[in-house]
Write a protein that binds this ligand. Structure first.
Ligand code: COI
Length: 361
C-alpha cells in the first residue's frame, strides 16, 4: 500500500484575528471549529487516495449514503497543547491512530496507516496553529478525526468507499463546572455494550446507545450515567464517554478491559502517571456492591472519571434506584487533583515527558 500524500488548499476566508480571539477567550467544548479540515478518500481497488487540506465546510452526501442508514462510522479525540516556548505538541497521537485502526477493524472499514493519521493531524494543526489556545491554562485544540462509509446504496454490507476527515475545535472545560465533581446516575437496566459487541470500538453507535440513559440521568438530577456489564448487571464498566477510576488510599483501580469498554488513552496514561507519582495502579473488575460498600466503610476514598475531552473529573454523588451515596464529601479528592495536575503538566510541557508521549510539531 502506498502512503497517501496530502495536498494543501488553504482557506481564502479564514476568520479574522479578532473573531478568533473572541472565540479563544471562552471556547467551551465542541462549539467552534478552525478554518480548515483534512479529507482523505478510500475506494475499493485503489485504497487510500491522496488527501486534501481544505477550508472547513459542509460535506455533501447523497441521502442514500451508507453511513446515514447503517452507522458505519468511527472517530477519535485527541488534543494539541501550546507549549511554554510557543510551539505546539499533541498528546499521544500514535495511541489514537492505533485505536482508530482497531475501531476500523471492528467495523469492517479500511485501516488508515498510523503515519497518515498523524500527518493529517500535524498538517491541520500546523495550518490552524493560531487556533491553539495560549500556554498555561487547561485549554487546548481538540482534534476530531473520523471516518464514514460513503458508498451510496441501501445494501447492508461493508461499504466500498470511505471518507476520513479531521476537524479541530478549540476546547475549554468539557463540563461547565470545571473540576467541580459530577453526579452519576447508575443505570441498572440499560446497558451501553454487550460481550462481542462494539463497546471497545470508538464508534458513534455506542454514544447513540448511551443517550437515553443519559437523558434518564438528567431526569434524576445527574450529570452523567455509569453503566454496568450487560450479563450480570454487576460489574462497573464506564460512563457514556469516559472511563472510571477508584482511589483506595494510595492505590488507583480502573475496570479491566473486558471487550465492552473503551480502552481510553487517558485511562492508559494514568496507569503510568500514578506509578510515577508513587501510587499503585491496577486494572480489576469492580462490582457495584463493592463501590458502595467500600465508600461506606471508608476504604474507597475517591472516584474520578477520565477521558481526552474531560481530562480528569471528580465524581461526587452517585444515585441508583437502590439509593445514593457521596464520594469524598462531594469535594474533588486530593489524589484526583494530583493526578490531574501531573497529567496536564506533561501535556502543557512543564513536566518531564519521561514516557515520550508528546508529539512536537
Ligand atoms: C473524548 O474524550 O475525546 C471523547 O471522545 C468523548 C466524547 C464524549 C467527547
Amino acid at each position: 500500500m502506498t502512503t497517501p500524500t496530502i495536498e494543501l488548499k488553504p482557506s481564502s476566508h479564514p476568520l479574522s484575528d479578532a473573531e478568533r480571539e473572541q472565540i479563544l477567550a471562552a471556547p467551551g467544548f465542541g462549539r467552534h471549529f478552525t478554518d480548515h479540515m483534512v479529507t482523505i478518500r478510500w475506494t475499493e481497488g485503489r485504497g487510500w487516495h491522496d488527501g486534501q487540506l481544505v477550508p472547513y465546510g459542509p460535506l455533501s452526501l447523497d441521502p442514500a449514503t451508507n453511513v446515514l442508514h447503517y452507522a458505519q462510522e468511527i472517530f477519535e479525540g485527541l488534543k494539541a497543547y501550546r507549549q511554554p516556548d510557543g510551539s505546539v505538541a499533541m498528546f499521544r497521537p500514535d495511541a489514537n491512530a492505533r485505536r482508530f485502526q482497531a475501531s476500523a477493524r471492528r467495523l469492517a472499514m479500511p485501516e488508515l496507516p498510523v503515519e497518515t493519521f498523524i500527518e493529517a493531524c500535524d498538517l491541520l494543526v500546523e495550518q490552524d496553529k493560531k487556533w491553539v489556545p495560549a500556554h498555561g491554562g487547561e485549554e487546548s485544540l481538540y482534534l476530531r478525526p473520523f471516518m464514514i462509509a460513503t458508498e451510496v446504496g441501501l445494501g447492508v454490507k461493508p461499504a466500498n468507499e470511505y471518507l476520513f476527515v479531521v476537524i479541530a475545535s478549540p476546547a475549554g472545560a468539557y463540563f461547565a463546572g470545571g473540576v467541580k465533581p459530577v453526579s452519576i446516575w447508575l443505570s441498572e437496566d440499560r446497558v451501553r455494550a454487550v460481550p462481542g459487541g462494539m463497546g471497545d470500538a470508538k464508534t458513534g453507535g455506542n454514544y447513540a446507545a448511551s443517550l437515553l440513559a443519559q437523558a434518564e440521568a438528567a431526569v434524576h438530577g445527574c450529570d452523567q450515567v455509569a453503566y454496568l456489564d450487560a450479563v450480570e448487571h454487576k460489574w462497573v464498566e464506564e460512563l457514556g464517554g469516559m472511563n472510571l477510576y477508584f482511589v483506595y488510599g494510595d492505590k488507583i483501580v480502573t475496570p479491566t478491559l473486558t471487550g465492552s469498554l473503551l480502552a481510553g488513552v487517558t485511562r492508559d496514561s494514568l496507569l503510568s502517571v500514578a506509578r510515577d507519582l508513587g501510587f499503585e495502579s491496577e486494572e480489576a473488575r469492580v462490582s457495584i456492591d463493592r463501590w458502595r460498600a467500600d465508600t461506606e466503610n471508608g476504604t474507597l476514598t475517591e472516584v474520578f472519571a477520565c477521558g481526552t475531552a474531560a481530562v480528569i473529573t471528580p465524581v461526587g454523588t452517585v444515585k441508583s434506584a437502590g439509593g445514593e451515596w457521596t464520594q469524598s464529601d462531594g469535594e474533588p479528592g486530593k489524589v484526583t487533583l494530583k493526578l490531574r495536575e501531573a497529567l496536564l503538566d506533561i501535556q502543557r510541557g512543564v513536566a518531564d515527558d519521561k514516557h515520550g508521549w508528546m508529539h512536537q510539531l
